[in-house]
Design a protein around this ligand. Sequence first.
Ligand code: NAD
Length: 516
Amino acid sequence: MKPDTTTPTTASANRLKAQGLIDALAPGYLPHIIDGQPCASVDGQTTTNYSPIDGSVLNQTALGSQADVEAASLSSSRAFEAWRQWPANKRRDVLHAIADRLEANAESIALMETADTGQPLHFTGKTAARGAENFRYFADLCSRAADGHSYPTPTHLNYTMREPIGPVGAITPWNMPFMLATWKIAPALAAGCTVVHKPAEWSPLTAAFLSKLALEAGLPAGVLNTVQGLGGGAGSALTQDPRIKAIAFVGGTKTGSRIMAQGAPSLKRVHFELGGKSPVVVFEDADLDRAVDAVAFMIFSLNGQRCNAGSRLLVQRSIHNEFVKRLVQRAQSIRMGDPFDKATEVGPLIHGVQLAKVKAYCDKAQQEGATIECGGSSHGNPALHPQGHWMAPTIVSGVSASMDIVQDEVFGPVLAVLPFDDEAHALALANDSRYGLSTYLWTGNVGRAHRLARSFQSGMVWVNTEIARNLSTPFGGMKESGIGRDGGDWSFDFYMETRNVCIALDEHAIPKIGKK
Ligand code: NAD
């Protein structure tokens, strides 16, 4: 199929066009970037990329298939031998140069991300800085990536060393596409791996821009290849490609399980950052002003489309009604609207399919007897574009622990609230989930904080704080929320092989057989 060059018709698309961003990135259509070159799909297929803000056509995107993934993985294999030999300080310098480019292009990255995902500029305005921070953090670790440990005994010395595992695949979702791409790609490059990146089909723009900026910064051709396409097409092919040694995946739990099965014949190493249904546990002895701020932020920021959303509020019965009342007031004063307006705090959801799913959870909960305290649908503001996927900040009370809205990841601005009586009850409710990503705890009792932190079934526990990332700490989930940890040395453990060398001091007795 010939690339379609349909002219974007409405506001979001025109916004990018006016800045020259679409023409710079997608002259006619958005290409893959393979072996340092923008290229069309081998079979010429493209797909249309719409803005969730107003349904305008942003661009046509190359639609990758197995042949494109093969070209990219071949390129990554060829580039690997040279890239892994680069001195660590040279690798460090090019990763810092990429960070420089991201910072210099922060405004363009923000505009593209907003048009592509509907996330307000309020948040996307910070995404380039955060992406640059990911590159700088891992750039500075390049010289230590291969370091190991030593384990001396009286008779032997064991020591370990690490080496990059090889070309790896990174598959990322649409909710924070730019930041998450950098979060996977930066440590892999720092470790000495080459990368084939398959971004989400609903948000292709900033991944292509990242690849372009990385090349301009001096990253050699083939070290980062970007193949656009669908999960079941390019994504699936990437997970099955024998040249690709590991898959770093961020996305839904069901997809993770599919990727594991697809990668099994070629024994792929996998790292999964999956879904969540993180509880926020608020005790009556907490600083409730700070708790209200954090609860609202962790469910309504990024349109609620965040893996770490605190989407189950467990609040002590004695303060339940007052706390919910304060949250409802807060939710109702959140500014939903044009994400290009810097004052906007909540934009549209990514897609009509996502909006329908989120609404269906609210409708079902209501039918089952829950109370929609606020939101539940778009609030009908005539200023909102009719083609946008609007969902007002929603709070649902009167739910029971077994309802879908409490058990499933809704992935929208929807908070389900349950009361608890005491610590044991709070713990039981918090752990009553198939997910285990984060738990947020609000209490003024230090002993209780430590006691509960040991007992929550989640990879991360945040006490009296919203999510506050320190890139050296392990990030990841238990249960159906993931496999593996990212951050600091944990990232290198995934992208590298560890070798142990055992050397005798030539004095120990070797067992003898067959000797007279
Ligand atoms: P998704 O699983 O539908 O898609 C994620 C990526 O996987 C996309 O690039 C998609 O094309 C690809 N994909 C889909 N099927 C595939 C297959 N069979 N083989 C290979 N690749 C395939 O997820 P989504 O809807 O894009 O993102 C939302 C999900 O991501 C939520 O569940 C959210 O919690 C999760 N997420 C998790 C984290 C975390 O750190 N734990 C962070 C962000 C998002």
